[in-house]
Design a protein around this ligand. Structure first.
Ligand SMILES: [Fe+2]
Ligand SMILES: [Fe+2]
Length: 473
């Protein structure tokens, strides 16, 4: 089961050839997918050879192979983590029952919604990033962008496989709509807000892969616990790919920080002086962090939510590391202390734990984000520079949940509109910031060379040197 069948048109480890009807349906979707990739992917680089990794097994050790491929020839496919036929549902009202190999009829709509919402983010991010290669700071970075892109494409395949296999006609319709919505399109947008935000520069890209792909990690962790076994197995394998996306974000920002510090040691901390050297000053980086963190915080939904209670109760969506981390998996008797905001005052309230599952997941996410911030602050400290990056408070700049529509500063203190107006340009990227960042975005294509605003990484990919031709232009 772990070996991947690369002979068939659609590589897979789900014995696709034994289900002719499904195989035909997916082979029908394949050219539509390729057409979407051709229109909305990194189109201008379709003829270039890119040094990509491709999954060859779903074992954790040695699952990938590296080689130069043209992106449209990438072997997208369907890979599920190894199954365990004795698996029991680990949480919720169905805890202890055999894991479902088919969709339980009573939860069909909820499950479809969960899958479609996850699926929609995958092509969305490819669309958001489609022009970035034109301004890549190095071939190394350009290749990482393309690696992320093809894997998001594969994640779409993973979700479409579930829709086609388990949801009949409406699943096939959903799969088609996934190729029709467009990131940022006012008439036909992607489902979730962050996935309609423009990813205009590489600083946006690194913040996106750091903070928004990390939301993906936590959504996948909670779905990897699902009682619906094909979804759990799909998400477990996606998580192994997702780790690379966050590596790109965390180290990408880390290299921006490194470069800024090197410059600050020469010219001091005045942002203007740092900019004159062609680097990104840390206050500007902080504003980009604030924007992407606050937008990604919204992706977890409302703090108190009946949907989250329903999904948990129905054993569809658990907590991150549900089996490993918790003793009680019913969450029926427990409550959670939640911060509340009535538009005037902050206080606390005990809510039934199931209704607080969005907040439980968001807290895990915030904790993980903090580790990334700490990593960057260590770089700053090692450089001997006096500056600290921070996470904005979760109440800052929210559009979903109880804080939406109100103003809070970076510490989460409620403020009025005048104070917001006075602080906004220090907290969120200004048009001036964006124009400056855009001006730095110039493509560097000589192998081993890097743009002025980013330090080289400590090592290349898969043991190759930094001046390896990661993309043959
Ligand atoms: Fe993904
Ligand atoms: Fe991702």
């Amino acid at each position: 089961m772990t070996t991947i069948d690369y002979e068939s048109k659609i590589p897979n480890n789900v014995e696709l050839s034994s289900d002719k009807r499904l195989q035909r349906a997916l082979e029908h979707w394949l050219p539509q997918y390729l057409q979407w990739w051709h229109e909305m992917g990194p189109t201008d680089f379709e003829t270039k050879d890119v040094y990509l990794r491709t999954a060859i097994s779903v074992d954790s050790d040695g699952w990938a192979q590296f080689g130069h491929v043209k992106m449209p020839d990438y072997r997208w496919g369907i890979f599920l983590a190894e199954g365990n036929k004795d698996r029991k549902i680990p949480f919720g009202d169905h805890m202890g029952e055999d894991a479902w190999q088919q969709v339980p009829g009573e939860y069909r709509n909820w499950l479809r919604r969960v899958i479609v919402t996850q699926a929609d983010t995958e092509p969305a991010s490819v669309e958001q990033q489609r022009l970035l290669a034109h301004t890549a700071p190095s071939l190394y970075d350009m290749r990482n962008l393309f690696q992320v892109n093809v894997e998001e494409g594969r994640h779409l395949w993973a979700m479409v496989y579930l829709l086609h296999t388990y949801f009949g006609k409406d699943g096939r319709e959903e799969a088609e709509e996934l190729l029709e919505r467009r990131s940022g399109n006012p008439d036909h947008p992607r489902i979730l807000g962050t996935f309609n935000e423009p990813c205009r520069s590489w600083l946006d890209f690194f913040c996106f892969t750091m903070f928004t792909d990390r939301d993906g990690k936590f959504q996948l962790l909670s779905l990897a616990e699902s009682g619906f076994d094909p979804l759990a197995r799909t998400c477990r394998f996606m998580l192994t790919e997702e780790a690379h996306h966050m590596f790109v974000g965390q180290t990408g920002v880390g290299r921006v920080v490194q470069r800024a510090c090197e410059v600050m040691k020469e010219v001091g901390r005045d942002p203007k002086a740092v900019r004159e050297q062609g680097a990104i000053d840390l206050p500007t980086l902080q504003r980009y962090v604030n924007f992407w963190v606050s937008s990604s915080n919204d992706l977890y939904g409302a703090e108190v939510s009946s949907n989250s209670a329903n999904y948990f109760g129905a054993s569809l969506k658990g907590r991150a590391w549900e089996e490993k981390k918790y003793d009680d998996h019913t969450a029926l008797e427990q409550s959670k202390d939640i911060e509340t905001w009535d538009g005037k005052t902050l206080s606390h309230e005990e809510v039934p734990l199931r209704n607080a599952m969005n907040e439980v997941l968001r807290e895990e996410y915030i904790e993980d984000n903090q580790k990334g911030i700490n990593y960057w602050n260590r770089i700053i400290k090692e450089q001997g520079v006096d500056f600290e990056l921070r996470l904005p408070n979760r109440r800052f700049n929210r559009n979903i949940g109880m804080y939406a529509g109100y103003r809070f500063d970076l510490d989460g203190k409620p403020i009025d509109e005048a104070a917001w107006k006075a602080g906004e340009s220090a907290w969120l990227p200004t048009e001036d910031d964006r124009v400056y960042i855009d001006s730095l975005m110039v493509k560097v294509t000589e192998p081993g060379k890097f743009a002025s605003w980013i330090a080289p990484p400590p090592k290349g990919i898969n043991g190759n040197p930094l001046d390896f031709e990661y993309v043959r232009l």
